[in-house]
Design a protein around this ligand. Structure first.
Ligand code: ZN
Length: 115
């Protein structure tokens, strides 16, 4: 018997790739989406400190890698879950892009130069 998901009321098992996090695939993607939208709000203003930005970058790469492992570990995933995984990848990629963009704004915005 596998470890079950940490979300109350969820009866799904945790796949080996998510054993440490104790999430089922669905709740892993849902949690990631929530965290990403929080971080997106945080970075949108372009005044997140450097250290925080590094933390967010780390969050993106770590979770992106983890998600890739889940997606390619040979689990039997429904089409619905596959679609959800892809859209979570997109969320991570967009967050990363946002971070770069707000970085550019805060470094160069005042002088009006792009580079
Ligand atoms: Zn769950």
């Amino acid at each position: 018997m596998g470890t079950s998901c940490q979300i109350a009321g969820c009866k799904s098992d945790t796949p080996p790739a998510l054993a440490e996090r104790r999430f089922c695939v669905l709740h892993f993607t849902l949690t990631l989406e929530t965290r990403c939208s929080e971080m997106r709000r945080e970075t949108a203003l372009g005044n997140a400190p450097q250290e925080r930005q590094r933390e967010i970058m780390k969050f993106i790469t770590e979770n992106g890698e983890c998600l890739a492992r889940v997606a390619t570990s040979g689990l039997h995933l429904t089409d619905d879950l596959k679609a959800r995984i892809l859209s979570t990848f997109l969320t991570l990629m967009n967050l990363r892009e946002n971070l770069d963009r707000s970085n550019m704004r805060s470094s160069f915005g005042r002088s009006g130069q792009i580079r």
